[in-house]
Design a protein around this ligand. Structure first.
Ligand code: ATP
Ligand code: MG
Length: 321
């Protein structure tokens, strides 16, 4: 696959390249979400995108295993979007690849009374990945510079200070600590849908009895603040995209494009870590000798079992629609 990119080199890692470089917010660049096409396909068709996404998911499964056994670093995937933007769908797609043993999803809603009494990062810190873990944030600390501004829940100066706090926090995560020596990298995705697409998705929910439970009065109320949301998100993305915690604006009107971009970014990031499996804790030569001794003792051409195992067809990818 064609790769291009401007990315940073990590300790012992290859140069990090992102195939969808155009989706990445360059550190320091000014973002205007209104000017970014939510239907962009970068020349991909649905069919090709689905095939590539399937490949990406298979690779993510392999790479996550390496991250898990290596136990040196964590990966935090942050999802932000307007209602119906596809956070749940993205989690379902990534969930096809990620082994639940090393994965967690943390959801952040309106803070509880207890959470309100603490610093805004308090509830976030509790959910950070441990070494070897992948954690997906369904909403995040970016609500604390987003919705809080739209509804004027926190004064502007305080929110301005929060951008710096968030950058310092994410930088510290990347630096690591004793229990997570290579640190936690943060990949942040803004799932960018148009206001029109949101309406179409509301319509789907209205028309499909299986989806009606998802309807919420609040979603329609928040929709009235669309322009303010675009403004506060544009600001947050401009102020908080760094090499260690980049923001990606994902064209998300097409679910297949959303899945392609996100899965590809995750592959590109993990691939560049050049992770190596840990050294074996046993004498492999000795075990190999024992294995071949055992094989030599087995009778040659054993009789077939009475009920031969049924032929199982090869695995059919990840069942992407
Ligand atoms: P879905 O609608 O798919 O179930 P959701 O993430 O929209 O998922 P809701 O329960 O509808 O879940 O909404 C959660 C709400 O909590 C959002 O409106 C969000 O802006 C709000 N929220 C999250 N964090 C904060 C915060 N720190 N301060 C104020 N509101 C917050
Ligand atoms: Mg909602």
């Amino acid at each position: 696959m064609k790769k291009c990119g401007d990315c940073k080199k990590e300790k012992g890692a290859k140069e990090r390249v992102y195939t969808f470089k155009k989706c990445m917010v360059k550190p320091g660049a000014k973002v205007d979400l209104d000017a970014i096409d939510t239907k962009e396909t970068y020349g991909w068709t649905k069919r090709r995108a689905r095939v590539q996404t399937g490949r990406n998911l298979e690779r993510i499964a392999e790479l996550q295993e390496q991250l898990y056994v290596e136990k040196k670093r964590g990966l935090l995937i942050v999802l932000q979007a307007m209602d119906t933007g596809g956070k749940d769908g993205t989690i379902r797609t990534l969930g096809k690849a990620l082994n639940p043993a090393g994965t967690r999803v943390a959801t952040f809603k309106k803070p509880t009374d207890e959470e309100q009494e603490h610093h805004f990062l308090w509830r976030i810190i509790k959910q950070l990945p441990k070494a070897g873990e992948v954690v997906i944030f369904n909403r995040s600390h970016y609500e604390d510079v987003g919705v809080v501004r739209v509804h004027d829940l926190v004064p502007e100066e305080e929110v301005r200070a929060r951008y710096d706090e968030i950058n310092a926090f994410e930088e510290k995560l990347a630096q690591g600590a004793a229990d997570i020596p290579e640190g936690t990298h943060v990949l942040k995705f803004f799932l960018h849908i148009s206001k029109k697409e949101q309406l179409a998705r509301f319509r789907d929910r209205l028309d499909d009895p299986a989806k009606q439970w998802k309807l919420s009065e609040n979603d329609f109320k928040e929709r009235q603040h669309w322009d303010e949301y675009m403004e506060v998100y544009s600001r947050a993305l401009s102020k908080c995209s760094t090499d260690d915690a980049p923001w990606f604006v994902v064209p998300a009107d097409n679910k297949w494009m959303r899945d392609l971009v996100i899965s590809q970014v995750v592959v590109d990031y993990l691939e560049a870590l050049s992770m190596k499996p840990p050294a074996p804790t046993v004498d492999v030569k000795d075990i190999r000798k024992k294995y071949f001794n055992d094989v030599a003792r087995r009778p040659q051409n054993p009789p077939p079992p009475e009920n031969p195992p049924r032929h199982r067809p090869p695995r059919q990818g990840f069942g992407l629609r």
